[in-house]
Design a protein around this ligand. Sequence first.
Ligand code: ADE
Length: 240
Amino acid sequence: MRVDVVSIFPEYLAALDLSLVGKARTAGLLDLRVHDLRAWTDDRHRTVDDTPFGGGAGMVMRPDVWGRALDDVLDDGAHLVVPSPAGEVFTQRTAERLAGEEHLVVACGRYEGIDARVAEHYAGRVRVTELSLGDYVLNGGEVAALVVVEAVARLLPGVVGNPASLVEESHGAAGLLEYPVYTKPAEWAGHAVPDVLLSGHHARIERWRRDRALERTAERRPDLVAALDPAALDRHDVAL
Ligand code: ADE
C-alpha cells in the first residue's frame, strides 16, 4: 500500500519510522511518503493560510496551496483522507475499509481547517473521506494521520506477525471489547490470576474469555452490545 501524508509539520510523522509500522516500511509492505505542504507555496513567507471570509477567529488553509499539493500527490485511484473534527468517526470498520485501498493520501489541516472547496473539488475526481478521531478538538490533523496510518497498516497482510491476534482483539470480528489478559507471575501483589486460565481446559478458558468480554462490553460500551448481531450470540451469551 502507498500512503502519502501532507502536513506543515512533517516531523510529526517521524513516529511512523518506529515499531511495526517502521518494520512494514522496511519490509516494503507500506510505501509511506511524508510531504511538507510549504513546498507548494509560492511566496517568500511560504504562506499556507489566510483570514476567513465572513470574519471570525483563526485562520483557514488556502485552497490554492492545497490544490497544487494534491494535484501532484493524488492519482485517480487514490483515496483522499482529510482528518477533521467535523468528519465521520474513525472506527475499526473504517480502518478495515481503508486497508483495502492501494493508495491513501492524508491531508493534514491546521488552524480552523482547510478551505471547504478543497474536499468538494477533489470529491469530483477521487474518493474523499473526512475522518474524526472522536468528539474533541486537536490542533491539527497530524495526530489523526498517525492514528489512521497505524490502524490501517497493522491490517495489511504480513505486518502483524500472528494474524490470529487481529481476530481476538477489541473491536475485532466479534464486535466486543477484548477480555482481560494476564501473564506471569501467577500471583502478584496479593492478586491471583483467575484459576480457569491455569486449568489448561481450552473450552472452559474460551467460555470464560467470551463471558468476560461480554461483561466488560456491557459495562463500558453498551452501545457496542446494542449493535451486536443477535445471530452472533450463543445460548450461553443470552443467559448472561
Ligand atoms: N483535527 C482536529 N480535531 C480532530 C479530530 N477530533 N479528529 C480528526 N482530526 C482533527
